[in-house]
Design a binder for this molecule. Structure first.
Ligand code: GLA
Length: 380
């Protein structure tokens, strides 16, 4: 969305000029899947799709938001926040957490729009949350602290919206830098901006199948990981090493399923650490192999892929220009991500669109992703 159109939309809705426009991106995770809630490592990139909000402060403690995409307006009062199950729950949840954390909030009028597909594993909800947090920081005049805001947004999603997600999506949307991936230690919340390797395109392959995150399957995986951590006698699976996995035997009090979940997490953490290393040395071949191993582990041990994801990944890997491909995000549908020789990315997109259509009967939407900037003020 360009600022001029958004300004016009604001004007036609509120009959005034917006004071500012803010934007927060969705993300694609390069590697490190389901590791965040196990205190592990992740490597997301903010994408060039996001949520834009044009806004103007109000002095009466009201927040009024017109969603261009839903063509609907909703409003709430900061002094009396109640849940009513509408799309406005994300903004309300952010307001609630900010107030709980001691921020003095002002209300605002806003027009909001976004282009992150929902339920596709690209964090459309984190983009809304961080854009709203950014809007509150503009009108209320508090300083923007990306990790603190990411935590606030995660709490809002856990407690107000009721989705038990980890910290990755909010941190990526809050703290990424244009042109860089974000290496995040989900225990210490320490971040490093890692430059993307040269000569490679990050390609997003949307299978056009969708999942709901509130799905019990996500929480079930979390519980299985926690059960495995208790069995290993550690705080989180982050503290288990690959050799430790040998301690497990059938009949030893931890089910085979929970053990396989743990094996995914433990080996995935190793893969992220190696990925960071080979990104620095420019070893694209090895980076691709790590992508492939990650997908296979998510498919066989963690069991969060679906047929469409497995097919699109196979189609991608069949191309000689592809270094590696894997599902990305929570899974159960949505998107995969592939590393492709940059100068051949256009042909790759064409070819995989055709082979995926043939094999699945579905239309994929495939595009080269640009690593964009985390939540920011783009005007005002
Ligand atoms: C969703 C959650 C994240 C993370 C991923 C899986 O995107 O919101 O916290 O757990 O799934 O890696």
């Amino acid at each position: 969305m360009d600022p001029i159109t958004l300004t016009q939309q604001f004007h036609s809705h509120f009959n005034a000029k917006p004071e500012a426009i803010v934007r927060a991106p969705g993300r694609v995770n390069l590697i490190g899947e389901h590791t965040d809630y196990n205190d592990g490592f992740v490597l997301p990139v903010a994408i060039d799709r996001g949520v834009w909000i044009a806004l103007r402060a109000r002095q009466d403690g009201m927040v009024r938001i017109f969603s261009l995409d839903l063509e609907a307006e909703s409003a709430f009062e900061l002094a009396s926040l109640v849940r009513d199950g509408d799309w406005i729950e994300y903004p309300k949840g952010i307001a609630n957490e900010l107030i709980k954390a001691g921020y003095k909030l002002k209300g605002f009028d806003a027009v909001m729009t976004g282009d992150v597909p929902r339920g596709a594993g690209l964090s459309s909800s984190a983009a809304v949350e961080l854009a709203i947090a950014r809007a509150f920081s503009v009108v209320s005049g508090f300083e923007w602290n990306a990790p603190v805001m990411a935590r606030i947004a995660q709490k809002a999603e856990n407690e107000w919206v009721g989705v038990n997600c980890g910290i990755m999506d909010q941190m990526a949307s809050a703290a990424c830098k244009e042109g860089f991936a974000l290496f995040l230690d989900c225990r210490s919340l320490e971040i490093q901006h890692a430059p993307l390797p040269k000569g490679v395109a990050v390609v997003i392959l949307d299978t056009s199948t969708r999942r709901g995150l509130v799905d019990s399957a996500y929480n079930e995986r979390r519980n299985q990981c926690e059960e495995a951590a208790r069995w290993f006698g550690v705080k989180a699976l982050r503290d288990v090493s690959v050799p430790d996995l040998k301690k497990w035997k059938a009949g030893s009090g931890l089910s085979e399923i929970a053990f396989r979940r743990a094996r995914h997490i433990v080996t995935e953490n190793e893969r992220v650490l190696e990925a960071i290393h080979v990104m620095k040395t420019g070893n694209l071949k090895r980076l691709g192999e790590l992508f492939n191993a990650s997908h296979d582990s998510l498919r066989d041990d963690f069991e969060v892929t679906n047929d469409a994801l497995n097919i699109v990944v196979e189609c991608a890997r069949a191309e000689s220009t592809c270094y590696g491909a894997r599902m990305t995000g929570a899974g159960f549908g949505g998107c995969a991500v592939a590393l492709v020789a940059e100068e051949k990315a256009g042909e790759f997109v064409q070819s995989v669109s055709t082979s995926y259509r043939k094999r699945s009967g579905l239309e994929a939407s495939i595009y080269v992703c640009k690593a964009s900037e985390g939540a920011s003020i783009i005007q005002g």
